[in-house]
Design a protein around this ligand. Structure first.
Ligand code: SF4
Length: 493
């Protein structure tokens, strides 16, 4: 038996991988081709893209603003992309393909020619341990699979396509671009907050919507100016006055807080079933997600990371590296908050009751610490937990929705697990977690409707409770004091 075994020859495998697969190669976009190439982009939703377009206009770079994501994008993304991705990837890569095919149809250019003449710019670089951070290559895969070979993409905060002679690049994610991107996002946040306040309470909703459209155009025009740093606060002042003059109903509607994963929370379009608009149309007020808050969270987490890096550094070089990162995060946070405060000061959101307050991230982290360690990074990290505890403690909202793409690792996989504990601590928090997939609107929105119904009941109850002491003051018969009936706590039996 032993002899027989020894005589068996082991066959080598037919295919032996010799090299590591390095992904698609991408040629840089060089200065000599600058005028020949058009940049296609969309950042989360149409308002952010619309404002950002002012930068390209000012720089005289040819561009196509691809606007909002639509459901069809998911189909294109799934058709050419890998399986089991989270839907921000399907939405964004699908939108790229939908627009490339549209260009092909409208211009009659060949796919090869389109690959030379267009370039796609988007976010989604190395954002953390979750999947989207590993996706830069995926855009190239999707484009190549759809027939646009050698198509190029520019991805914010990714190394993709970077070559040593960066001096010759036609486009750089340099400081001016970063500042313009930040400004566009802040302006969009403020206008979304305005929209949530005005659409919910305006006596004439049409009038509010027209004012918002007008404001968008005014901002874009001011942002296109070479003197935008001066023009924007001036125009925001005018807009603030215009919004404050819109007649509004003097009442408080049930208040719904929306949070969740970056894309599912902030897309404000088919990417999250137009959640914000749906909630307002159902007769509630919504506190929308804020990109600024999310950007500050990224800085905050990098700051925590840098402190830890310095503490455990093994040599002076490493200390230097983390100190540099710390400095970068501090200045970025200062710049973001400076612009945010400056624009709030000009707009005066309180005059039309828009909710634009930013939360204290260190405080949120401390609130969540016991349940979600602040140094577990990825996606939104401890944010959703901190927000839920904070709002439950303050009894500040009537409903709390956490929106995330189907199967999102940090948000569904971790946060939602921890939320079970938060809900056990605060059973009165009217919480709903929804997973967006790009389809299935009816079932998701009917779940949201149920939360809204509960929110309305809660809100009515709160108002009733608040009215009772006033009745007592004007001589109403005081309600009988609760009598211990020996049944308390039975529900736990
Ligand atoms: S946070 Fe979730 S949805 Fe967003 S990229 Fe990561 S895994 Fe995907």
């Amino acid at each position: 038996m032993t002899e027989q075994k020894q005589s068996v020859k082991v066959k080598p495998p037919k295919f032996v991988p010799r090299e590591q697969w390095d992904g698609y190669e991408m040629k840089p976009w060089l200065k000599q081709d600058q005028k020949k190439v058009t940049v296609m982009f969309n950042f989360l939703e149409r308002r952010k893209s619309y404002y950002l377009a002012a930068y390209f206009h000012r720089k005289k770079i040819n561009f196509i603003d691809m606007g909002d994501h639509v459901k069809e994008d998911v189909t294109y993304g799934k058709l050419y992309g890998n399986r089991m991705e989270c839907n921000p990837m399907y939405f964004t890569s699908g939108s790229m393909i939908r627009n490339l095919l549209k260009i092909e149809k409208e211009t009659g250019l060949s796919k090869a020619e389109i690959s030379k003449r267009y370039i796609f710019l988007c976010g989604g670089g190395q954002c953390g341990p979750c999947r989207y951070g590993m996706y830069p290559q995926e855009y190239l895969k999707v484009a190549n699979e759809a027939g646009f070979e050698d198509f190029r993409v520019l991805i914010f905060s990714s190394d993709l396509g970077k070559v040593p002679d960066s001096e010759n690049h036609a486009f750089k994610f340099d400081l001016p671009f970063r500042i313009n991107l930040g400004i566009a996002m802040i302006l969009a946040d403020l206008m979304h907050a305005a929209e949530c306040a005005l659409r919910a309470y305006a006596v004439d909703r049409k009038e509010a919507e027209e004012a918002l459209d007008k404001a968008d155009k005014m901002i874009r025009k001011a942002f296109e100016s070479r003197f935008y740093l001066w023009a924007l606060p001036r125009v925001l002042k005018k807009i603030g006055r215009m919004f404050a003059a819109i007649p509004r109903r003097d009442e408080q509607l049930p208040l719904i807080y929306v949070t969740g994963e970056f894309f599912a929370n902030l897309a404000h379009n088919d990417g999250n079933y137009h959640l914000r608009r749906f909630i307002t149309d159902e007769g509630c007020e919504v506190i929308p997600g804020s990109f600024t808050q999310r950007a500050l969270y990224d800085n905050w987490r990098r700051t925590v990371e840098a402190h830890r890096g310095i503490k455990y550094a093994s040599d002076p070089e490493e200390i230097k590296f983390w100190q540099k990162s710390l400095k970068k995060q501090r200045s970025s946070t200062k710049v973001i908050t400076w612009f945010y405060n400056k624009y709030c000061e000009a707009l005066q959101p309180a005059s039309f009751r828009a909710r634009t307050e930013l939360m204290d991230l260190a405080e949120l982290a401390e609130l969540a610490r016991k349940h979600y360690h602040p140094e577990i990074f990825g996606g939104e990290g401890n944010l959703e937990i901190g927000e839920a505890i904070h709002l439950a403690q303050e009894d500040a909202v009537d409903g709390f929705i956490s929106s995330k793409p189907f199967g999102c690792m940090p948000s569904s996989g971790v946060s939602d697990g921890v939320q079970a504990k938060v809900l056990a601590m605060f059973p009165e928090l009217n919480f709903l977690s929804i997973e967006t997939s790009g389809d299935n609107d009816v079932s998701i929105l009917s779940r949201v409707s149920m939360l809204l119904l509960k929110a309305k009941q809660r809100h009515a109850q709160k108002r009733e409770n608040a009215a009772q002491p006033m009745e007592a003051e004007v001589g109403a018969v005081p309600a009988a004091a609760p009598v211990a009936d020996g049944k308390q706590g039975e529900q736990y039996a």
